[in-house]
Ligand binder design. Structure first.
Ligand code: 3UK
Length: 506
C-alpha cells in the first residue's frame, strides 16, 4: 500500500491532531511519577515552548536543534516544540559525554540546544569544541520562559513540507564513526502508518512503557510517535533500571512494552515480585529475539513478544512478526508497505530456503548526512542493512548474524547468535555472547562468554556440560571450543550486545 501525505506536513502537528482526535483533549498523554499531562496540555505547552525557540532563541526553520534529555515528559514536550517551530531534532542519548556531543554538534552543524538541567554540564563542555552552537537553553530556563508568556498565548506551527527534514538520528557507532541519518516529516508518520498500524493496534486505552532512549529511533517510535498517533498514554519510570520499570508497569497497569531481548530476560527475573499481567502488546527489537526468551515470556505472562527488525537508517521496524502469525525464533515477514528479499554476493536475488544479505525498500530509507558509506547501504534502490538472513519455504525471515559476526571455523560458516540461542536454552545460562577468536589450526574458533543464573557455580564440569548441551541442540561443529564465565556482558545503552569488545582476548 502506498502512503499518501499532503505536500505540507508537520509531523509534530499531525501527531498531536491524531492524539487529540483519538483520545479527546483530556486523554492522558504523559504520566510521570507525580504528574500527568493530557494531550491538549502537551499541545499547548509545546506551542509555548516553540514560541520561545523562535522569539527568544532566534530559531528559523531548518535550524538543527540538539535535544539532550532522559526519557521524560520534558523531552517529549521539547521534541514536539522543535518540530512545530520547523527545527530539525537531533536527539542524543543522556549518557553521552562532552567529546561525543561535540562530534554530533559539528557533524550536524547544530545551532540551538535544549538541555535537561542535570545534563547541562556536558553540553557546556562540548561547546568549547564547537563553533556552530550559538543558543542553549536548559529545561528550567525553557520552562520559565514558556510560563512567562501571556496566558492563552498560542503558536502557529511552521507549515513544513512533507519532505523537509524532521530529525537526524545518529547510529550508535559500534562499527566506526557514528553516521547521521536524515528523516523527513513524512518518514516520522510512515513508521506509525506501517509497523504500528498493521501490527500493534494501540488505542487511547493503552499505556506504553519501555527502555530504549527517545534519542534512539526504536524508543522514539515506541514511546512517542506510536502512542501519539493512536492517542495512547506514555508512562515514565522514575529512575533507570529494570526494577523501576517493573514497578512502573505494575503501578500504572501498563499495556504495551518496548524493550530489547535483554530487557525481557531482566524482567522475567522480576516477574514474581511485580504484577506484569496488564501487558498485552510486547515489542522486542535491537537484536534477534531468541526463541528461549520468547517462550519463557509467554509462559510467565501469557503474552507473545512481537519481534521486529528495524534500523536507524530505515527509521523503524520493516520486518516483524504479527498477531496470530508469530513463529518464535523468526523475525517474521515484511511489514505491509515494505518489500524484503535476500541477495547473494553479486546482488542476485536468492530464493526461499537460501541464506544471504538482507535487502529492503519501502516508504522510508537510508539518507546519510554527508557520508560516503551511503553507497554501501543503498544499492539500486535497496537498503542493505548488513545482516545475513535466511528466508524459509513459507516466506518467514530468520536472522543468522550481522555480516561481521559470521565466524568461519575450519571452513564452516557459523552465526554467533545461533550458538548463543543454543546456550540460552540451558537452565544455568542467563546471558550468552559468542565471538570468533583467531586460532592457528582452524582459522577461528567459537568462543562463548556466559553469565550464569543465580544458584549455579562456575566449574569445569558445568563448562563441559554447556559445551555438550550445544552439541546436542545444534550441529556439533558449532560448539564453543572456548567458554569463559562472566559477571555481565558489555551492552550498549540501547541493549545491544557489544561483541567487538569481546573479540580481543583469545
Ligand atoms: C540489528 C536486529 C535481529 C540488525 C532499531 C527497531 O536496532 C535498531 O537500529 P540500529 O541502527 O541497529 C540496526 C541493526 O540492529 N537488529 C535490530 N533489530 C533486530 N537483528 N533481529 C531484530 N529484531 O543488525 C540491524 O541491522 O541501532 C530497531 C527500531 C528502530 C531501530 N533503530
Amino acid at each position: 500500500p502506498e502512503l499518501a501525505y499532503p505536500d505540507r506536513l508537520n509531523a509534530g502537528v499531525e501527531l498531536l491532531r491524531r492524539a487529540i482526535g483519538a483520545a479527546g483533549p483530556d486523554g492522558r498523554a504523559l504520566i510521570d511519577f507525580d504528574h500527568e499531562f493530557s494531550w491538549s496540555r502537551v499541545d499547548a505547552i509545546s506551542g509555548r515552548m516553540a514560541r520561545v525557540l523562535v522569539e527568544q532563541m532566534g530559531l528559523v526553520p531548518g535550524n538543527r536543534v540538539l535535544l539532550h534529555g532522559p526519557n521524560s515528559s520534558w523531552t517529549v514536550l521539547a521534541w514536539f516544540a522543535i518540530l512545530k517551530a520547523g527545527g530539525v531534532v537531533v536527539a542524543t542519548m543522556p549518557m553521552l559525554r562532552a567529546a561525543e556531543l561535540a562530534t554530533v554538534v559539528n557533524k550536524a552543524k547544530i545551532s540551538h540546544a535544549l538541555v535537561y538541567d542535570a545534563l547541562a554540564e556536558a553540553v557546556t563542555e562540548a561547546r568549547a569544541d564547537t563553533s556552530s552552537l550559538t543558543h542553549v537553553m536548559t529545561s528550567a530556563e525553557l520552562q520559565k520562559a514558556a510560563q512567562a508568556l501571556p496566558p492563552g498565548t498560542g503558536f502557529d506551527a511552521v507549515a513544513t513540507a512533507a519532505e523537509d527534514p524532521a530529525l537526524i538520528a545518529f547510529t550508535s557507532g559500534t562499527t566506526g564513526q557514528p553516521k547521521g541519518c536524515v528523516h523527513f516529516h513524512r518518514d516520522v508518520l510512515a513508521m506509525a502508518d506501517t509497523f504500528a498500524k498493521h501490527t500493534l493496534d494501540l488505542g487511547p486505552q493503552d499505556i506504553v512503557v519501555g527502555t530504549p532512549p527517545i534519542a534512539f529511533t526504536f524508543g522514539l517510535g515506541g514511546l512517542v510517535v506510536f502512542p501519539a498517533s493512536a492517542g495512547a498514554a506514555i508512562a515514565f519510570a522514575p529512575r533507570p533500571g529494570f526494577d523501576a520499570l517493573a514497578e512502573t508497569i505494575a503501578r500504572c497497569k501498563a499495556t504495551a512494552l518496548f524493550t530489547a531481548p535483554t530487557g525481557y530476560r531482566a524482567l522475567l527475573k522480576l516477574a514474581d515480585q511485580h504484577d506484569l499481567s496488564s501487558l498485552r502488546t510486547c515489542v522486542s527489537a535491537g537484536e534477534a529475539l531468541p526463541a528461549a526468551t520468547s517462550d519463557a515470556w509467554h509462559e510467565a505472562t501469557g503474552a507473545r513478544i512481537i519481534d521486529g527488525i528495524g534500523s536507524t537508517e530505515m527509521i523503524h521496524i520493516f520486518i516483524s512478526a504479527s498477531g496470530e502469525d508469530i513463529r518464535p525464533g523468526s523475525t517474521g515477514k515484511a511489514v505491509p508497505g515494505y518489500e524484503a528479499r535476500i541477495v547473494g554476493e553479486t546482488g542476485e536475488t536468492l530464493t526461499q530456503g537460501e541464506t544471504g544479505r538482507l535487502a529492503v525498500r519501502g516508504p522510508t530509507g537510508c539518507r546519510y548526512l554527508d557520508d560516503p558509506r551511503q553507497a554501501a547501504y543503498v544499492q539500486n534502490g535497496w537498503n542493505l542493512t548488513g545482516d545475513v538472513y535466511r528466508l524459509d519455504e513459507d516466506g518467514y525471515f530468520w536472522f543468522v548474524a550481522r555480516a561481521d559476526d559470521m565466524i568461519i571455523s575450519a571452513g564452516y560458516n557459523i552465526g554467533a547468535p545461533e550458538v548463543e540461542n543454543a546456550l540460552l536454552r540451558h537452565p544455568a545460562v542467563a546471558e550468552a555472547a559468542v565471538v570468533g577468536v583467531p586460532d592457528d589450526e582452524r582459522g577461528q574458533i567459537v568462543k562463548a562468554f556466559v553469565v550464569l543464573n543465580p544458584g549455579h557455580v562456575r566449574t569445569d564440569a558445568l563448562r563441559c556440560e554447556l559445551q555438550d548441551h550445544v552439541k546436542s541442540v545444534i550441529a556439533p561443529y558449532k560448539y564453543p571450543r572456548a567458554l569463559q564465565f562472566m559477571d555481565a556482558l558489555p551492552k550498549t545503552q540501547t541493549g545491544k550486545l557489544q561483541r567487538f569488545r569481546l573479540k580481543g582476548d583469545p
